[in-house]
Design a protein around this ligand. Structure first.
Ligand SMILES: C[S@@+](CC[C@H](N)C(=O)[O-])C[C@H]1O[C@@H](n2cnc3c(N)ncnc32)[C@H](O)[C@@H]1O
Length: 297
């Protein structure tokens, strides 16, 4: 396990993933009943943007750095604020030194009765995570393979909530691991909201994951098509080689309004974060073999 998220924290891929996560949590928080967040690949929770990793690889400057420097149109407030408010609360004034990972976004948006279950396999990272949330009775940290832990964690007692699966994609079969975990967890908890993050690198494997999951959910599990959403963004022309140029999420049981908000947000965000003329985005409410990227633009 060589992957260290500190080299990438706050980059364009984190921005889209965390915007979607914050939207989903904000929606869950609208009902009084408590919810549970299960984060299978949690990382360390908070990233120091002045630290050695971020200095050696300042990807955040082209991600959250650009977003915080701009004034967004007011019509995007609903989509941006749940996420940006978390970041603003962690930083003083205009200086951006701390960036929230998915556990911290959950910890800051969750209420007193909500619960957060974090799995992190990397030994040092799980210790860091455990220390960070030791005094937060809502948070449980498990130093374990998130894929193995997941079947035993769903459905949660609260019967409401969200699973985020955000693996490092170091293994060439990661997409297959994620598909397997997705199916066994969704069979157990078909009404949970699930966020699957995947890179746009091996586009064949990614498309197989998306379409395979959608077909299985709709044909075998009887899920209605509108209970699926995928949102992707690429900041340069996509390529299998070199640094990551695009990424996004597949969301199962997305909150009402997520699609509408992302439809307004994605064109603007892509323009803002574009690094060359090859930048683009797609938003599919229904994932089929026909909804290939080239059709969108
Ligand atoms: C992309 S990072 C997670 C970032 C985090 N979700 C966020 O948004 O802030 C992936 C993390 O998964 C951890 N990891 C790798 N394989 C794992 C596994 N099988 N189970 C749990 N954690 C794993 C890595 O150590 C790394 O910290």
């Amino acid at each position: 396990m060589n992957y260290r998220h500190a080299f990438h924290a706050g980059n364009f891929a984190d921005v889209l993933k965390h915007l979607v996560l914050a939207q989903c949590l904000e929606h869950l928080g609208k009902k009084a009943k408590p919810y549970r967040v299960i984060d299978t690949h949690a990382g360390v929770g908070v990233y120091d943007l002045t630290g050695d990793e971020a200095r050696r690889s300042p990807e955040w400057k082209e991600g959250i750095g650009r977003l915080l420097k701009t004034t967004a149109p007011a019509e995007l407030d609903d989509a941006l604020n749940p996420y940006l408010d978390v970041i603003r609360a962690m930083n003083d004034g205009d200086a951006l030194t701390a960036y929230p990972g998915s556990p911290e976004i959950a910890a800051r948006l969750a209420r007193q009765d909500d619960r957060i279950h974090l799995c992190e396999l990397h030994k040092d990272d799980s210790v860091t995570l455990d220390r960070r949330y030791a005094r937060d009775a809502r948070v449980k940290v498990q130093a374990m393979d998130g894929y193995r832990a997941l079947p035993g964690l769903v459905p949660p007692r609260e019967k409401r909530g969200l699973v985020i699966i955000d693996p490092p994609f170091e293994h060439r079969d990661e997409m297959a691991f994620m598909a397997q975990a997705a199916k066994s967890a969704l069979e157990r908890w078909p009404t949970g909201t699930f966020i699957f993050w995947r890179p746009l690198k091996d586009l064949w494997a990614q498309e197989r994951f998306d379409v395979g999951l959608a077909e299985w959910l709709i044909a075998d599990q009887g899920l209605e098509g509108e209970k699926l959403l995928r949102a992707d963004m690429w900041v340069r022309e996509l390529s299998e080689e070199g640094p990551l140029a695009g990424a996004g999420v597949v969301v199962v049981n997305p909150p009402f309004q997520l699609e509408e908000r992302l439809l307004k947000l994605l064109p603007w965000l892509t323009d803002l974060l574009a690094q060359d003329d090859g930048a683009g985005w797609r938003l599919d409410g229904c994932i089929t073999d026909d909804s290939l990227m080239v059709d969108e633009f």
